[in-house]
Ligand binder design. Sequence first.
Ligand SMILES: [Zn+2]
Length: 285
Amino acid sequence: MGVTSIGYGAFSACSGLTNVTIPDSVTSIGEGAFYECSNLTVVNIPLGVTSIGEWTFSGCTSLTSITIPEGVTSIGNFTFSGCTNLTSIHIPGSVTSISDSAFSANIRLIADSCADYSFSWASSHGVSCDVLHHDWQDAVYTWTDNNMKVEARCVCANYAAHTVTETVDTVLTLQAPDDETPGSATYTAEFTEDAFSAQTKTVTIPALGELRVLRLPANLQEIDEEAFAGLNVQAVIIPDGCDTVGDRAFADCPHLLYIRIPAGVTSIAADAFEGSGQAVIDRAQ
Ligand SMILES: [Zn+2]
C-alpha cells in the first residue's frame, strides 16, 4: 500500500518545488502541506483524495489553475489564500462547504453545474463562476413577422436567469397557388446554438378560386397608407406596374392568407402587413 496522506506542512516553503503529481494512493492532503511553495506551478490531485486541509496551498503564488477531484467535500480556511495568480479553480459537485477565507480575491471558479453548491457560493460571495452544464428545459420557438422570423429560447431549470436566445430569419420555399390548384409555403429556421434544433412550418394556401381575392387594377402604381387596412379579403394580387406599398396598407386583415407582390415593388413599409400575421407573402425577387 502506498502513501495515503501527505502530512502537516510536509513541503511547506519548498521553493524548489515546481511540479507535483500526488500519488493515486493518497486520500488526504494535510494542513499546510504546500504552504508558500512559491514556484509551484502544476499540481495534479488524483481522484481518491477526499480531504484537503486548511492553508494547504496558501501562498502558492505561481499556481494559476487547479482542479479539485470529485469526492472532496469541503474547502477549508485559507486553503488557497494568497494564491495571487490562481484565477481558475474547478470545483466538483461533491463540494458542499467552502470557507469564506478559502481563496484570494481575484479567484474565478468553474462549477460543473449551476445546481452545484460552488455556484451558489460564488453568487453569494460576489465571485465569478463559469458553469460547464446547465439543465436546459425544452426550447420554446416563437414565430413572428408572418413566419419570416423565429425566436428560440431556452431557460435553465435551476435558474431562470440562465437563458439562451437566438432569433433567425426563416427561408421560405413557396409553391404559389393558382385559380384551381392550392399552394403551400414551407418556412425553415436553422440555428447555430446547440440548444436549438431546426424548425419547419408548412402552411397550405387554398386555390385562389376558393378565396375572396382582391385583384388590384393593372395601372396601379402605388398603394397608399392604410389603403386596405382592416379589409375582409383572403388573397391580394398586386399588379406588375406597382412599385410602392405604403404604411399599414394591409394591416389588420385577419383573414388574409396570401399576397402576391411582383418584382417591380421596390418599397414595402415595415408595418404594411402588421396584424395580418397568417398571410403568406409571395414576393418575387
Ligand atoms: Zn443554469
